[in-house]
Design a protein around this ligand. Structure first.
Ligand SMILES: [Zn+2]
Length: 70
């Protein structure tokens, strides 16, 4: 299921715009055991001012009820 991210209502914290794009970012992270772990993130980028929010895809995919708090 890939629809989780689209359900996150977005209002830019900086300018209040609700126009944004979502991109997926794959970021390698070092875990404590020196093993490289690939983590998936969603980037929500405000089309008005460029403010970017980052969400861990792991957590969003695990918890379907996750919603931003206003
Ligand atoms: Zn903005």
């Amino acid at each position: 299921m890939y629809c989780g991210v689209m359900r996150l209502d977005f209002k830019c914290l900086k300018c209040g715009s609700d126009k944004y794009i979502v991109k997926t970012a794959i970021i390698p992270e070092k875990s404590p055991g020196l093993k490289l772990e690939i983590s998936n993130y969603y980037l929500k980028i405000c089309l008005n001012c460029g403010h970017t929010e980052m969400y861990s895809a792991k957590i969003i995919d695990r918890d379907e009820e996750l919603k931003p708090q206003y």
